[in-house]
Design a protein around this ligand. Structure first.
Ligand code: GAL
Length: 335
């Protein structure tokens, strides 16, 4: 008899213990202990740690939530994991966050076209999701669970336009050899990525909108990586020589690689070639000051990470949010 009572008590204790654990998994709830601050568990999955811009972004996101947003009554406990560019890895990270009763998720998609399964699972578990930096790229995804799913990012069309305008604003408008044509190469980010698509399209649109004639010499994916930016530029400099007048890169990491290739080939930025990127990484801004890059566009990782954190906090507190939040880009050129 005594054994049976003990067993019942044990089961009851287990049940209430478990209930307390999963308490954090319903939308908007937080788990507190006694009189201390409530803890909000934030699960962040980054598409790849090996990415210069996203390293700045994730570092600031974690710092801002844990240091600036946390206070005496609420503490944000942020766990950031590396999806290593692997969609399956990211899916299991999300599953684990859900199983562990996280209060809100922040997801930097590996595959911009694979938001739906994540939203479906989160919705079932009642855990809101903030997508950052890589915009869900399938129509209708953001309507699956409105109010509880959102995208915080920057409008990549703007960054592309600014890149193009930087070239239009130069003295010779990108035409060093005076043949009336701007001959360029385009080094692009990942396939299917909105930033890559729009930056590629809108940078050139800014030139043609200004009445310039353009000639695409080569277009290749550098996957946001410096080494690939170097290799693509080096090959094109060898192939086209002085004919190549402008190197457009979808980001600064690739532009920094392009800069090394340009210098190794004995070409001089501003004198016989132009080079532009996006992000305004510290190394790129220094290169612009030194005249080794023509310009870049500030991709505001502070503004974006803070907005993402604020929105995540709002969701964890039980609120609903807008579907999109946009943070502006800013032009950065040597002029
Ligand atoms: C872009 C950024 C790139 C890279 C990419 C990852 O916004 O400009 O440098 O971080 O996001 O998706």
């Amino acid at each position: 008899m005594r054994k049976r009572i003990l067993a019942v008590l044990l089961v009851a204790a287990l049940f209430f213990g478990l209930a307390a654990c999963v308490g954090g998994s319903s939308a908007g709830s937080t788990s507190g202990e006694g009189d201390g601050p409530a803890t909000v568990k934030v699960g962040v999955s980054i598409y790849k740690f090996d990415d210069n811009f996203m390293t700045l972004y994730r570092t600031e996101l974690e710092r801002y939530m844990e240091e600036d947003l946390s206070n005496d009554s609420i503490v944000y406990d942020v766990t950031v994991v590396d999806a290593k560019g692997d969609e399956t890895e990211q899916a299991s990270q999300v599953d684990q966050f859900i199983a562990d009763g996280y209060d809100v998720l922040i997801v930097n998609l590996v595959n911009d076209e694979a938001a739906a399964p994540i939203i479906d699972k989160a919705k079932t578990a009642g855990i809101p999701v903030v997508f950052i930096n890589r915009q869900p790229n399938v129509a209708g995804d953001m309507e699956i669970w409105p109010g509880y799913t959102t995208y915080v990012g920057a409008d990549a069309r703007q960054s592309g336009t600014y890149e193009g305008e930087i070239i239009v604003e130069t003295d010779n408008q990108g035409d060093f050899n005076g043949d009336g044509v701007v001959s360029y190469i385009m080094i692009m980010g990942d396939e299917g990525n909105t930033d890559a698509e729009y930056r590629t399209e809108y940078s050139i649109k800014a030139l043609t909108d200004a009445g310039l004639t353009v000639e695409l010499l080569d277009e290749q994916r550098g996957h946001w990586q410096q080494t690939e930016g170097y290799e693509i530029t080096a090959a094109n400099l060898t192939k086209f020589g002085d004919k190549l007048e402008v190197v457009f890169c979808n980001n600064d990491a690739m532009a920094l690689g392009a800069m090394e290739a340009i210098e190794a080939a004995g070409r001089v930025v501003g004198e016989d070639i132009y080079l532009v990127g996006v992000d305004a990484l510290a190394e790129a801004v220094t290169a612009i000051e030194e005249g080794r890059m023509t310009g870049t566009v500030l991709n505001d990782h502070n503004g974006q990470s803070h907005k993402a954190a604020d929105v995540a906090a709002e969701l964890a507190a039980g609120g609903t949010v807008d579907t999109f939040y946009w943070v502006d880009y800013q032009k950065v050129s040597g002029d």
